[in-house]
Design a protein around this ligand. Structure first.
Ligand SMILES: [Zn+2]
Length: 437
């Protein structure tokens, strides 16, 4: 156990440092804490660490994070406290407040586990490790250390080792949108794009689409960063920019591998965009993602990447713009009439009558661990290329002209989908409004 030994010696150093400091500053630190109103921690006693206390504590934090389905853990030092937060379903929740004494040993422990330098406190560091909970759940942990004015802040992203793939029909698409998407999955060429900000569920959507194909009947190849879901019989390649292996390099090789279906994790630059468009026009079904906020905005983004208008209209078949929001707990949710302050919003953005409609709130229960939320659901805006829209793009029409035409042809704006899902009890009005921003 070389790791433990390394840690213990560090612990001794910390103990000495701490005792020294407390002898020097005892009166001062107590005064600050009394003033700060830390009721739970007064009077302040120096923390006694034994060799197992820090590892056990950290394991408990990891286990709790998995149990709460957290996507990230934040270890955040402040002036005289040390707080641990979880990001759950996209929102930050406080998990624990600790005495500042815990900061150094816990951060040191994390650094040792993830192969980082424990004696480096001034530079950012990135590392990784993994963790298995007592009930057998395995997660990869991506560790990021940032020096701050109060010491190092650590954020750990939790990546489930074998995440459960979400079925296309369970993403939260309304039935007619789902039908539209399914129709495009029967095409033999063209491009399907999932767009939205980070954390909007784009890759989940792509994988749920790809998993509808028989992976033994087609040659399906992906380029990813990182590889999240592992799908049997699909050729998955990890992009590695550190060794100059980016999406465009991968794509250049993939097209020589006789593919039917190609997934490019993200289109970030002109080179990748133009290669992906070319692949889509030469008999491959191409799936990818872009960082844009609206379905129509994606067209402008491709134009900005110097992709020719004609090529865009010929290659792009479907653009799925999406957000991921917290689903209300349906065990403790309650309906209430739409408050007056939202009436205008409903009249403007939906076809629902606010006087007839209801909204939902959840007070918290056992099932949702008193948060009022359980799971997540997607909000969607799906643009289908049509002759009329092609013409508008080629003639250089504005964003709003293209959007108006798409709506005329049946596109449901994301704002409308959000309000609809608030009125059907899937989400709260607060989540709907947050997604509409
Ligand atoms: Zn509940």
């Amino acid at each position: 156990m070389p790791q433990k030994q390394k840690f213990m010696s560090l612990l001794d150093v910390l103990k000495n440092e701490k005792n020294q400091r407390q002898d020097d500053e005892k009166g001062v630190s107590t005064a600050i804490l009394e003033k700060g109103g830390q009721a739970t921690q007064a009077p302040i006693e120096p923390v006694q660490f034994d060799e197992e206390s820090i590892p056990t504590m950290l394991n408990d934090v990891f286990a709790a994070a998995i149990n709460h389905r957290a996507s990230d853990i934040h270890f955040k030092p402040s002036e005289n406290q040390f707080k641990i937060f979880f990001r759950i379903d996209g929102a930050m929740m406080e998990h624990q407040t600790l005495q500042a004494d815990y900061h150094n040993p816990l951060i040191a422990r994390i650094k040792i586990l993830s192969g980082l330098r424990i004696d480096e406190h001034r530079l950012p560091q990135d590392g990784k490790t993994s963790f298995e909970s007592t009930d057998g759940k395995q997660v990869d942990l991506r560790v990021s250390v940032l020096p701050t004015q109060f010491g190092e802040k650590v954020v750990i992203r939790l990546l489930e080792k074998n995440p459960q793939m979400v079925e296309l029909r369970d993403l939260g698409m309304l039935p007619n949108i789902l039908m539209k998407v399914e129709r495009h999955l029967t095409a033999t060429y063209g491009m399907v794009l999932a767009v939205g900000p980070t954390g909007s569920g784009k890759s989940t959507s792509l994988f749920s689409m790809i998993s509808t194909f028989d992976a033994q009947a087609y040659n399906i190849s992906t380029l990813e960063d990182p590889i999240e879901y592992k799908i049997p019989h699909v050729t998955q390649t990890q992009i590695n920019t550190e060794i100059d292996f980016d999406f465009s390099d991968g794509l250049r090789t993939l097209v020589r591998q006789d593919p039917d279906i190609i997934m490019v994790g993200e289109i970030r630059d002109q080179k990748t965009a133009s290669l992906a468009i070319e692949s889509a026009l030469t008999g491959h079904l191409v799936f990818s993602t872009l960082h844009t906020n609206t379905a129509v905005g994606t067209i402008q983004r491709l134009l900005n990447m110097e992709i020719d208008r004609f090529l865009i209209t010929a290659a792009v078949k479907l653009i799925i713009s999406q957000r991921l929001v917290r689903k209300i707990c349906n065990n403790c949710r309650e309906a209430y009439p739409v408050p007056q302050k939202y009436h205008d919003l409903f009249l403007k953005e939906s076809t629902l009558d606010p006087k007839e409609a209801f909204l939902y709130k959840a007070t918290g229960c056992e099932v949702c661990k008193n948060t009022g939320y359980k799971g997540r659901i997607g909000l969607f805006e799906v643009l289908e290329m049509s002759p009329a829209i092609e013409e508008l793009i080629i003639s250089g029409a504005s964003h709003s002209d293209i959007e108006d035409q798409a709506v005329k042809e049946g596109m449901i704006l994301l704002r409308k989908d959000a309000l609809y899902k608030a009125a059907t009890g899937d989400i709260t009005i607060e989540e709907a409004i947050r997604a509409m921003a």
